[in-house]
Design a protein around this ligand. Structure first.
Ligand SMILES: [Zn+2]
Ligand SMILES: [Zn+2]
Length: 527
């Protein structure tokens, strides 16, 4: 058989196999009922009196991949929007610093040029002086406005969205702080390899907008699944990734620390919170808690401020960019942050909408959105282990929703006046908690301008000595889109045919923009 024919047959075979999924729904979990609970609060070490809330964008694109802004424009706009932390995550392209042109992927640049009607789109980084001014906060904002924090922007090193955004490589995750993925196209549905390799190389990984993957017909289908559990197959697949790459593992310096639960305008991600809850029910009994992130995934000026995270970090005024990167990293790993969005199209499992201030699928005008910084924000959390109560203080919020094991257990509307701080309390023992408690509680507060999600707090029953009773481990089967045999076969085939082929080397060099011989040598060194 001709080689070309053979390869195209192989590719079609792979695509057919990846389309086969076995639907099954999670069984109703048993509920937890105890006289005394132990609550693990990720915000336990936060000093609410002195801590700063730094505004972070973890996922955005420039024209180094499929975005429309230059690096210079994106940085200025995020600076104007009062951000403190920005990670540029271009597809298949490591951020080498905003003062450097990232390694080019000629193939992607060609596609970009095609898409933008042949316009030449130079990648424009910052000059050394500009870079220093943004980092130390001496640059001026476009409209002369004063930034909340005078510390400048943190340039998150080595951000990358691991894929090349091709339709055949639909697998989206971002990493930071590791040298992996430059010029790599990714394989459809293979979240496992980039998660593992980035973790091995010391990176911190976040799964992006997985709703685009679990409902493959992108734009249209997530709306038809609102309020429905995601197929258990996917909950197992992603839970497995968190279990295999946990924070603090002795096997690898990096980790997969969380996933996007609401991004862009929440169009594709409206069921991602439900999937997140399904995943938590599989990882928490096994001792791993993935955190929930929100991000804009912006490609142009109108979407830059859709969603972001507020990182709780002690004042870092005295620290330099590298030290701030370190602080940020441990903040991400420990879940000491809130995830915020202007949008929510979600419906809970009990059929209620998450956020009632805007109608589904409407957009804020971009000029208005850019100025809207009065999103809800939590300003204090007190966990009382004596009474098993959690008290939340929030601003710009008028209601709170408490979630446990994928179900709403309580909703509360504030009677505080407009613009006042409000206080909400949950007692784990109070009557009338709907659907019961299990594994964790998390909450979100909402207000006229958006939604703010907390990280989950693990709850366990206490024994008679007051010690936590651990959950029995839950079996999370390894799930792969390809059977082991086929994966092995493809790996060997790749090794035999592609790794050593001068034709492929030339393609990689000229189309993907990297030195294949050097890469091969590095791969061999890892073995
Ligand atoms: Zn993506
Ligand atoms: Zn993206």
């Amino acid at each position: 058989m001709e080689m070309k024919k053979f390869i195209s047959m192989l590719i079609s075979l792979l695509m057919i196999l990846t389309a086969v999924q076995i639907p099954s729904y999670a069984a109703e979990n048993q509920k937890l009922n105890a006289n005394d609970y132990i609550i693990t609060n990720p915000y336990e070490n936060v000093d609410w009196e002195t801590v700063k809330a730094y505004k972070a964008q973890f996922h955005c694109h420039t024209n180094a991949s499929d975005g429309y802004l230059t690096i210079k424009e994106a940085v200025q706009l995020y600076y104007d929007l009062d951000y403190d932390i920005v990670a540029i995550t271009d597809h298949g392209t490591n951020n080498l610093g905003w003062n450097k042109v990232p390694e080019n992927i000629p193939l992607m640049r060609a596609v970009k040029k095609e898409r933008s009607g042949g316009a030449y789109n130079p990648i424009i980084p910052l000059s050394e002086e500009e870079y220093a001014a943004y980092l130390n906060g001496t640059a001026s904002t476009s409209d002369g406005s004063i930034r909340t924090n005078d510390d400048g922007l943190v340039d998150v090193a080595m951000g990358n969205e691991l894929n090349m955004a091709t339709p055949f490589a639909d697998c989206h995750l971002t990493h930071y702080w590791c040298d992996y993925g430059q010029g790599l196209a990714g394989v459809y549905g293979d979240y496992e390899t980039p998660s593992r390799e980035s973790s091995k190389q010391g990176g911190v990984v976040m799964l992006s907008h997985v709703g685009e993957y679990v409902y493959t017909n992108k734009d249209t289908t997530s709306r038809y699944h609102v309020g429905q559990p995601v197929e258990d197959y996917y909950a197992n697949k992603f839970a497995r990734i968190f279990l295999d790459n946990p924070v603090g593992s002795s096997k690898q310096p990096g980790s997969v620390c969380g996933m996007g639960i609401n991004s862009s305008e929440d169009e594709h991600t409206r069921c991602d919170r439900i999937l997140y809850d399904q995943i938590l029910a599989k990882t928490i009994p096994n001792g791993v808690v993935p955190w929930g992130f929100t991000f804009s995934d912006s490609h142009n000026v109108s979407s830059m401020n859709n969603a972001y995270c507020m990182m709780l970090i002690p004042d870092w005024h005295e620290l330099d960019n590298a030290q701030r990167n370190e602080k940020l990293r441990s903040c991400m790993e420990n879940g000491e942050f809130f995830a915020v969005s202007h949008y929510s199209n979600g419906v809970e499992l009990d059929g209620e909408r998450e956020f009632t201030a805007i109608e589904p699928d409407t957009s804020w005008p971009p000029e208005q959105l850019a100025k809207m910084n009065d999103t809800p924000m939590v300003t204090g959390i007190v966990v009382d282990e004596e009474t098993d109560t959690i008290t939340v203080e929030a601003e710009n919020a008028d209601r709170i929703v408490w979630v446990s094991d994928g179900n709403v257990i309580k909703r509360e509307v504030s009677d505080a006046g407009d613009g006042e701080e409000c206080t909400f309390t949950l007692s784990l023992h109070e009557d009338g908690l709907k659907n019961g408690l299990n594994y964790y509680v998390r909450f979100y507060v909402t207000g006229p301008q958006g939604i703010c999600y907390s990280q989950p707090m693990v709850i366990r029953a206490a024994d008679e000595n007051g010690d936590p009773i651990d959950y029995a481990p839950v079996d999370v089967p390894k799930t792969h889109d390809l059977p082991a045999f086929l994966r092995g076969f493809v790996t060997v085939l790749d090794w035999l045919i592609f790794k050593w082929s001068p034709v492929i080397w030339i393609f990689k060099y000229f189309a993907l923009g990297y030195n294949p011989i050097e890469r091969l040598f590095n791969d061999l060194m890892i073995f």
